[in-house]
Design a protein around this ligand. Sequence first.
Ligand SMILES: Nc1nc2c(c(=O)[nH]1)N[C@H]1C(S)=C(S)[C@@H](COP(=O)(O)O)O[C@H]1N2
Ligand SMILES: [Mo]
Length: 221
Amino acid sequence: MFGVVGLGAVGVVGGAAVQRFLAGVAQHDPTGLTNLLPLGNEWRFYTVTGDVPKADPATYRLAVTGLVDRPQKFSLTDLAALPQTDMVRDFQCVTGWRVPKVPWSGVRLRDMLALAGVQSSAKALRFVSFDGTYTESLTLDQAQNPDMLIATRMLNGAVSHDHGGPVRLYAAPMYGYKSIKWLSEIQVVDSVRPGYWENFGYDVDAWVGKSNGRTGDVPTS
Ligand SMILES: Nc1nc2c(c(=O)[nH]1)N[C@H]1C(S)=C(S)[C@@H](COP(=O)(O)O)O[C@H]1N2
Ligand SMILES: [Mo]
């Protein structure tokens, strides 16, 4: 049942259909055997919704809403005007693949929250994707980690559409499913709302090497 639901949710559309299909299989395979599929040792492009409409950089907005004193909508120009943070960190998917030493840039999540003014009743963040389906979560404590980034650049360029551009989360210390692509809204909320994959059984606390039974993985930050 688990696998059937998962495969149904993976869009098999367009040129990357086969890769997306295999990525979907890998994500739902509790045995880990699909790691043996010849996908190479680089990025897999994941989407649970098939083709995602491209955002127009001129009209794109990132909304910060909920339990904040100053709800705001940031354009790409607004984001570029905020203090920028660079980091080089591995990207680690819970299914086993890792891309080493990826350069990332953007705005620290905690800087964004300070700007918005988080209210005292707030406990967690709910992240929303403009793909219409994917969500993620962090506790406010986790969001204070300096390696949680609202990424506008990766691999020395703008975040590409396939990688979740124009803006994605990069939760460096956690498995890749936390790094929501095509980010459109950060809702500040009073309790953790488990994200898309967490509803299929992945751990809400997704620290690399300390969750999902994957004790062998080396932390990325
Ligand atoms: N919107 C959205 N974000 C997502 C996903 C997704 O399917 N949809 N997959 C997650 C998972 S499981 C991983 S490992 C990474 C993969 O990032 P990439 O597609 O840039 O390689 O994106 C994460 N963010
Ligand atoms: Mo993943």
